[in-house]
Design a protein around this ligand. Structure first.
Ligand code: GLU
Length: 306
């Protein structure tokens, strides 16, 4: 496995077309695009890494996997009255469907859906309390107490987040949010601003590899059926309007973020985190996707067969 990971890293190092770093969040625009990291963790916790696997990056929308998991834990199936579970086929920050669908977002991973999830997690708590809870959960699944939020990224998103604010106000106009828009956005922007390394992120995904249990720590995180369903949502909706393309090329449940990270789950086999800040036109890591394509080719891990 280490040879495979190393050879993917060598191949990616030589690539010149690395995509474009997200620039709508100023703090992300200044990240060096020439970075790459890949980590594969087996169910027992064996780690294979290459590149800058201990460099922190902004996990952005990958945090939505963890907030969805928490919201399902709190609300169970009642959550599905507030957000759907169909692929959107629209960009991550699109407002178009929301009007047709009366303020109920298509799925938990598009921005509107993740804002609805943040609202659901909050209950009647303040953003500070909810964020403490989210961080606690992420640290628990990653088995790493050092994980934290990059306040500079959060502030940067807040200052430029008009689109997300529009989505939230639009949902509020349909009376779909229980908390004030500003508080929900504060929670949302901050959880998107969690920083992790590929090693921490791959470890955090382990519970989705082994039917809800992190085998390396022995902790059950979610029941079996829930892990299966989270994986299915990642497969269908984890890459926005590039989800079909990702399923076609990689064939694994995955969630991307505009920071250039991707968490991919090979059920029963491994949790994989890859990071390269340059994005394709849709907003998914360009080299990250290519690296996963290579990994699946080498390992035969696609859920659709060799
Ligand atoms: N915080 C980002 C936003 O709301 C998340 C987008 C992403 O990672 O896809 O725009």
């Amino acid at each position: 496995m280490q040879n495979i990971v190393d050879s993917i890293y060598q191949e990616m190092r030589s690539r010149t077309d690395r995509g474009k770093v997200a620039n709508y969040i100023p703090q992300l625009a200044c990240v060096d695009p020439n970075q790459f990291a890949l980590t594969v963790v087996t169910p027992e916790g064996k780690v294979y890494s290459a590149g800058c696997a201990d460099t922190l990056f902004s996990i952005q929308s990958i945090s939505k996997v963890f907030t969805l998991t928490m919201a399902l834990g709190k609300l169970g199936d009642a959550l599905w009255a507030r957000v759907g579970r169909e692929p959107s086929g629209d960009p991550f920050n699109s407002i178009v469907q929301l009007e047709h669908e009366s303020g109920i977002p298509r799925n938990p991973f598009i921005n509107a859906g993740a804002i609805a999830i943040a609202d659901a997690i909050m209950g009647h708590n303040e953003p500070k309390e909810s964020l403490a809870e989210i961080l606690h959960f992420v640290r628990f699944v990653a088995n790493d107490e050092s994980i934290s939020i990059d306040e500079k990224v959060a502030q940067s998103e807040m200052m430029t987040g008009s689109r997300n604010a529009s989505l939230a106000h639009f949902m509020a106009s349909f009376e779909r949010l229980e908390n004030p828009v500003e508080k929900v956005l504060g929670t949302y922007f901050h959880h998107c601003s969690i920083s992790m390394t590929t090693e921490q992120l791959a470890k955090a995904g382990l519970f989705l590899v082994s039917n809800g249990t992190n085998q390396s720590t022995g902790s059950r995180v979610v029941p079996e059926h829930r892990a299966r369903r989270i994986n299915s949502l990642m497969l269908m909706c984890g890459h926005y309007d590039g989800s079909g393309e990702f399923a076609y090329r990689v064939g694994l449940p995955g969630k991307s973020g505009v920071g250039g990270g991707i968490l991919a789950i090979a059920p029963g086999k491994a949790s994989i985190a890859v990071w390269s800040p340059g994005l394709d036109k849709i907003g998914n890591s360009k080299l990250g996707t290519e690296a996963l394509e290579m990994l699946v080719h080498e390992t035969g891990w696609s859920i659709f067969g060799h």
